[in-house]
Design a protein around this ligand. Structure first.
Ligand code: ATP
Length: 222
């Protein structure tokens, strides 16, 4: 599994459609390095933000913004602002690490100025939870060491045992199981709610059952 392409339009400094191709690995062991070089403030870190964002990052602080629409190109004296931001990340999935039938996994996130947002997996609408689960199953979480930003190594060194456990959970591949367990717990809670409501209804209807049965018998006789 490796990164093939990152496409951005209307995301931060990338007003125009921009596509970045990552070098193909020479073998399964020899992966290349792609470096992005540019003067201060030219938007290098915005690319890392785009990777985090498309993988479902929700923290505005991590994305270096105050409001969610801060990721949408805000315009310059020469170019009007964008109405939406879109980032797509293409991952080669020939080794089927991500549990989908496609040789390529394309995740897209789009956000409009009115706050409407959408996620797509290979062009089909998806929920954020689906993306989290898919990435966790592929051992490619955005939360831990998938994207290492400036200052993060220091943070890892001074992390609390609880924070450090997150890294081990990711590395051990138990994240997807934790997500599934959480989803199952939510379903269980919803089922318990339904059962409680059904019991209430039963308690309300049962006392009327006897008299209804009596009425029915009388009608039958008549
Ligand atoms: P450094 O080398 O200093 O870390 P950098 O090359 O990593 O810089 P970034 O931090 O990625 O640069 O980019 C910062 C630039 O992005 C700033 O000029 C900022 O104005 C611009 N920027 C951030 N959000 C938006 C937006 N929504 N619309 C337009 N420009 C934006």
């Amino acid at each position: 599994m490796h990164l093939e392409r990152l496409e951005l339009v209307g995301f931060k400094t990338f007003a125009q459609k921009t596509s970045i191709e990552f070098a193909e690995p020479k073998s399964s062991r020899a992966h290349g390095i792609t470096a992005i070089v540019g003067p201060n403030g030219s938007g290098k870190s915005n690319l890392a933000d785009a990777v985090r964002w498309v993988l479902g990052e929700q923290s505005l602080k991590t994305l270096r913004g105050k409001k969610s629409e801060d990721v949408i190109f805000s315009g310059t004296p020469l170019r009007s602002r964008s109405g939406f931001a879109e980032v797509s990340i293409t991952v080669n999935n020939e080794d089927k690490k991500a549990p989908i039938d496609y040789a390529q996994l394309v995740i897209t996130r789009r956000l409009y100025r009115d706050g409407e947002s959408e996620y797509l997996i290979n062009g089909a609408a998806a929920r954020l939870a689906d993306i989290h689960l898919l990435l966790a199953e592929a051992n490619f979480g955005q939360k831990s060491y998938g994207v290492i930003a400036q200052g993060m190594i220091d943070h890892v060194l001074v992390a609390s045992p609880h924070e450090r456990k997150e890294f081990f959970d990711d590395a051990a591949g138990v994240k997807s199981l934790q997500i599934k367990r959480h989803q199952a717990e939510l379903k269980l809670a919803a089922a318990e709610d339904n059962a409680a409501q059904a019991s209430l209804l039963l308690a309300e209807l049962t006392p009327r059952l006897k008299s209804l049965e009596r009425q029915m018998r009388r009608l039958d006789e008549r």
